[in-house]
Design a protein around this ligand. Structure first.
Ligand code: SF4
Length: 701
């Protein structure tokens, strides 16, 4: 174990305990299960059955259904019977919040129950109460009394359980002692887990969800470490980012959080929460997990002739995909051993010096690769945020305008927008007249011996895994050259880990040049590229690694993408409509920076996926709110079907729009209720009014 996972420098899946959910096995190296949750009213048996079938047909291996009352819990039997009658045997999960009675009914019917430890016993008053040790112990006893009957039922019926902590709904007890921190989330689950373990009940899965991928990733890592410290093992992990939103942003946010943990080898089942129909979540889940190879490898299997072997470790099965990559203790090229120079349980940006507007305290820059366009003109720059007005001869620059473009060997034959700079190969840079606008990019060791160099800024590409080269030695030659911006990428299969390994080396050697994270993709569809970029690059930014982003794709993939656009548009999803590939990549770059909270360029929507508790049309309302507020850069708006995930989730948001009864909405400013039970007909207007009162509003355009 390296702190919280098997390897920080290669892909090794963490061994977890095996859990049985009906006939489905979870954990212990079984394939990463994909799941979703219905959005229908649980009392509407037919609608719930039909939606479940659509999800199962799409590939869902577990279906979660909300059970807010005893009646809903009882109706799970009808839903289950109807599904079985129609030949669907997928395990069902009851989602429980405030009603232990409903949980105790559901646990006798379905294969798994999910309890939220923040809501299960505690009736939160959202007050900061001082708890003495005796008060605290008394509360734990109260939980034990109320939670133990459910454990006994689960044991008797063979029902599995998820202890599902949510960042926004921690108990007053946890909040008073830990605050809404990753450690508070972990302790919230551990209180329940310890009670279950004392009853010798182990059919348990755990989750630590938050709408903030940084918090979520830190909480899962801390949970693993805490479990290993306390009982030298780990229960299976259900990964998810809550209230991720919809479209491209929802997918990026989910992939950043879930993908970062999957790259760590953590995660036994995943759910991507989108404010869309639940069956649309499944292809995103599949894109996330298919990167990790075939399911359930067995000891001795040779999965990939080059890279994947299983060890013969007697104590634990491990999947090693680090055969060709560096390992922390003995990196290729002589990297140094040593303690990890950063804290994976909290966020700190790696220290770097400034080169131009890159590094130091500057937000990460975006570099757009335009080298595949033959003759770049004014109109092409529109795809990366610059719109040219011929009449006034002026550029309009959007909030998501790339800072640099890479053009390969092209010099542009028109005047560039003021803020935009161009990166070209050295032989072309020599011919550029405006050396304040053009900068050269070198291939690794070629820089040191080159006689052609900018005295302001030089980009140096380093392949962190390059057969026959020795990156660890020549980074020393660039050490603290005040003009050098490093561009790190890897051709290794475990590219993120190789680049992370290089960052460790830079930190250990005190090398503070700014770094651009370069991620190439050789996938085919836009969805696959999106997941790939968000997973690999997002994982680095979440660890404070990166002063810039540059996403690219191989030529074959570039050509294939046009075809996949057509396919996606045909499937009814509209977020790729009319985008060029450069626009798609530019949006993705800014989306990743927004999701990792490293550069805010647009409004953020924290919208729940909706479920049987939802009292209004979330998709339609989210679209309506988005259409009126999407020009409010940096404002975070939560749109929630109900309050189960608590105003705590909105601690992360500036404003909240939350269902509070049929046709009724409650509006929040931060955690504070500003207007209760507003008629839903006028609630969006009231929200805009609240934004105006709070001076968070600017007129569009
Ligand atoms: S916040 Fe949304 S998804 Fe969560 S329980 Fe409420 S309505 Fe359902």
């Amino acid at each position: 174990m390296q702190l919280y996972c098997e390897s920080l420098t290669g892909y090794e899946r963490l061994k977890t305990k095996e859990v049985k959910v009906g006939d489905l096995l979870l954990g212990n190296f079984h394939s990463i299960r994909v799941q979703t949750m219905t959005t229908t009213d649980t009392m509407d048996t037919l609608a719930t059955v039909e939606q479940s079938i659509r999800c199962i047909e799409a590939g869902a291996e577990l279906i979660r259904i909300t059970a807010p009352s005893k009646n809903d819990a009882e109706n799970l039997l009808h839903i289950k019977n109807e599904l079985r009658k129609r030949g669907y045997h997928t395990p069902l999960v009851a989602d429980i919040h405030f009603t232990p009675n409903a949980a105790e009914i559901a646990a006798r019917i379905v294969e798994k129950v999910r309890v939220n430890p923040g809501n299960y016993v505690d009736k939160k008053k959202f007050e900061l109460i001082e708890y003495s040790d005796a008060d605290y112990a008394e509360e734990i006893d109260r939980i034990r009394d109320r939670f133990t009957p459910l454990i006994k039922i689960c044991k008797e019926y063979g029902t599995a359980m998820r202890i599902g902590t949510n960042h926004g709904s921690l108990s007053d007890r946890i909040m008073s002692r830990y605050g809404d921190t990753p450690m508070g989330m972990v302790e919230s689950a551990m209180e329940f887990l310890r009670i279950a373990r004392n009853e010798s009940y182990h059919n348990i899965v755990l989750s630590m969800k938050s709408s903030n991928p940084q918090v979520m990733v830190q909480a899962y890592r801390l949970l693993v470490k805490t479990m290993f410290d306390e009982f030298s093992g780990c229960y299976p992990l259900h990964l998810g980012v809550t209230e991720a939103g919809d479209g491209e942003d929802g997918r990026i946010k989910s992939a950043v959080g879930i993908g970062a943990l999957l790259e760590d080898g953590l995660g036994d089942t995943i759910r991507v929460s989108l404010t869309e129909d639940p069956e649309l979540e499944i292809p995103v889940c599949k894109d996330l997990v298919k990167r990790y190879g075939p399911p359930t490898p067995q000891r001795g299997d040779l999965i990939d002739t080059q890279t994947v072997v299983l060890t013969n470790d007697d104590k634990e099965k491990k999947i090693l995909i680090s055969g060709e990559g560096a390992v922390l203790a003995s990196p290729k090229g002589g990297g140094r051993e040593g303690a990890l120079p950063y804290d994976p349980f909290s966020y700190q940006r790696r220290e770097s010096f400034e080169v131009g507007n890159i590094g130091g305290k500057h937000v990460p820059v975006v570099i757009a690769d335009m080298s595949k366009i033959d003759k770049i003109s004014h109109k092409h720059l529109q795809s990366v945020g610059y719109t040219y007005d011929e009449a006034t001869d002026k550029w309009n620059i959007s909030d998501a305008a790339a800072d640099y473009i890479f053009t390969g060997n092209q010099l542009l034959n028109f005047a560039l927008p003021g803020t935009l700079k161009v990166i070209v190969y050295p032989e072309t840079w020599v011919r550029a007249e405006d050396k304040a606008k053009y900068f050269p990019i070198f291939q690794d060791s070629g820089y040191v011996g080159s006689e052609i160099k900018s005295d302001q800024m030089n980009f140096v590409m380093i392949d962190c895994f390059n057969e026959g080269a020795d990156p660890f030695t020549y980074i020393d030659q660039l050490r603290n050259d005040p003009t050098v911006v490093l561009c790190l990428s890897s051709t290794n299969k475990t590219a993120m880990q190789s680049v992370r390994r290089m960052y460790v080396e830079l930190m250990n050697r005190g090398i503070k040049n700014p770094v651009i994270n370069i991620t190439d993709s050789n996938w085919q569809t836009a969805d696959e590229h999106l997941i790939h970029y968000a997973t690999e690059t997002g994982a680095l930014f979440l660890e404070g690694m990166g002063d810039g982003i540059c996403l690219g794709m191989i030529k074959k993939s570039y050509d294939q993408l046009a075809a996949s656009y057509q396919q996606m548009n045909a499937s009814g999803r509209n977020y790729t409509n009319n985008l060029t590939i450069e626009q798609f990549i530019n949006n993705t770059s800014f989306g990743i920076l927004q999701a990792t909270r490293t550069r805010i360029s647009k409004t953020e929507y924290i919208s729940c996926p909706s479920c049987g508790r939802t009292l209004f049309d979330l998709q339609e309302t989210t679209a309506k709110i988005r259409s009126r507020t999407n020009h409010l850069k940096g404002v975070k708006i939560a749109i929630m079907g109900c309050i189960v995930n608590g105003p705590g989730e909105m601690a992360d948001a500036d404003f909240g729009y939350v269902g509070s009864g049929p046709g009724k909405i409650t509006l929040y400013r931060g955690k504070e209720i500003v207007k209760r039970n507003v008629n839903s007909e006028v609630a969006v207007d009231e929200l805009i009014g609240l934004l105006k009162e709070s001076e968070a509003w600017i007129e569009p355009g």
